[in-house]
Ligand binder design. Structure first.
Ligand code: DHB
Length: 390
């Protein structure tokens, strides 16, 4: 059995775990990061694409990415489409902030490259099986690539291991302990090879269901359509996908091209019952899941990490544990605001199976009350572009 000793053990090399190791290293605190996946799997999984501006600034300022300067594209607003017409929400004018289109796997490539260049102990293909704070030592138990047991002993352990977190059990008491909400629909996501169909994102509510037109680059686009959670992504023909997208954003024209990837994203809201126990804490999807409408998941994970990194600096460099004590309270304020926003965007924009005509017309009333009100549009813009981190 191998025992590795470090200051902070981090389970999960997704955006949360990698950003945490990066911020801790900048403060002179060493960590070990474990992930069950390979580096290639992590770097090629297609995920969300919208980053709040403070996060772009953080990646730039801490030297995590120089590619954001070249490749991230500022978006000054979004379009809400409903009742056959588009309505622009102008973030720049309403709140003076942009959001940035920079795909999550690019953030991961940047962070992994920066951590590897800095000599970070980053172990891929290592499956964590549990974590424990026995009052004396905090440990992570894992199985290495060769099947050998591996134990990480640390002063603090962080679960950044996603929605199926194994660290959650040690923090919250069980895998399921928390607050849940399921939704009766999912998103069918595609990547296609075509020029952009719109300069900004289009969130469209239509009688045929929701659609989102997003972008990736001059040559590749990302689009989503509301679907049944049980839909087999291979069961729909390319033509059926395009027909469905077209009718949901009509009369806005779409530029079609070969569909090169498809996936189904399930919708769920979750907040773990506890975010910290002793010298164990949860960040990112291990702590919470939001439905994707409104693009809060990655940004929320990064916000947890910034709050926890500051708290760990106080604890490990100055022996001051008060910020770690306050971590759940500070993080949860933002988490529940993001839960509310993601739930609101989701329920305002999607077609609920079996909804009455009253519900459908009330939904249009809600959408008009946002786009015909400065206060309504500003509320949406403040949340979408991200609340200040403080
Ligand atoms: C994307 C995903 C989202 O969930 C969203 O709200 C906006 C954009 C994307 O993948 O581009």
């Amino acid at each position: 059995m191998t025992v590795v000793r470090t200051r902070v053990g981090i389970v999960g090399a997704g955006p949360a775990g990698l950003l945490l190791s990066h911020l801790l290293a900048a403060a002179g605190i060493e960590s070990v990061v474990l992930d069950s996946r390979t580096r290639e799997q992590i770097e090629t999984t297609v995920r969300a694409g919208i980053l709040e501006s403070w996060l772009i600034e953080l990646l730039r300022q801490t030297g995590a990415s120089d590619r954001v300067d070249r490749d991230a594209q500022p978006h000054q607003g979004i379009e809400l489409r409903f009742d056959g017409a588009g309505h622009r929400i102008d973030f720049r004018r309403l709140v003076g902030r942009d959001v940035w289109l920079y795909p999550q796997h690019e953030v991961l490539r940047d962070l992994i490259a920066a951590r590897v260049a800095a000599g970070q102990d980053l172990r891929f293909g290592v499956v964590a099986t549990g974590a424990q704070d026995d009052g004396e030592r905090v440990t992570v138990h894992a199985t290495g690539l060769d099947g050998e047991p591996l134990t990480v002993e640390a002063e603090f352990v962080v679960g950044a291991d996603g929605s199926r977190s194994v660290v959650r059990e040690a923090v919250a008491g069980s895998q399921q302990a928390g607050y849940f909400r399921e939704y009766p629909f999912a998103w069918f996501g595609i990547l296609c090879e075509a020029p952009p169909s719109a300069e900004e994102l289009i969130y469209s509510n239509s009688p045929h269901g929701f659609a989102l037109i997003s972008q990736r680059s001059a040559a590749v686009q990302r689009m989503y359509l509301q679907c049944d959670p049980e839909l087999d992504p291979q069961a729909m023909s390319d033509e059926a996908i395009w027909a469905s997208l077209r009718e949901r954003v009509a009369p806005h024209p779409l530029i079609e091209g070969p569909i090169v990837q498809r996936d189904v994203l399930r919708f769920r809201s979750f907040v773990a019952s506890h975010l910290r126990r002793g010298r164990l804490a949860l960040v990112g999807d291990a702590a919470h899941t939001v439905p994707p409408t409104g693009a809060k998941g990655l940004n929320l994970a990064a916000a947890d990490v910034v709050i926890l990194a500051r708290a760990l600096e106080a604890l490990l460099l100055r022996g001051d544990g008060s910020e770690v004590d306050r971590y759940p309270e500070v993080a949860l304020r933002r988490i529940w605001k993001a839960q509310q926003f993601s739930w609101w965007m989701t329920s305002m924009l999607h077609t609920v199976p079996g909804a009455s005509e009253f519900d459908r017309l009330r939904q249009l009333g809600e959408l008009y009350s946002v786009v015909e009100s400065e206060a309504g549009m500003r509320f949406l813009a403040e949340a979408y572009t991200g609340w200040p981190l403080g």
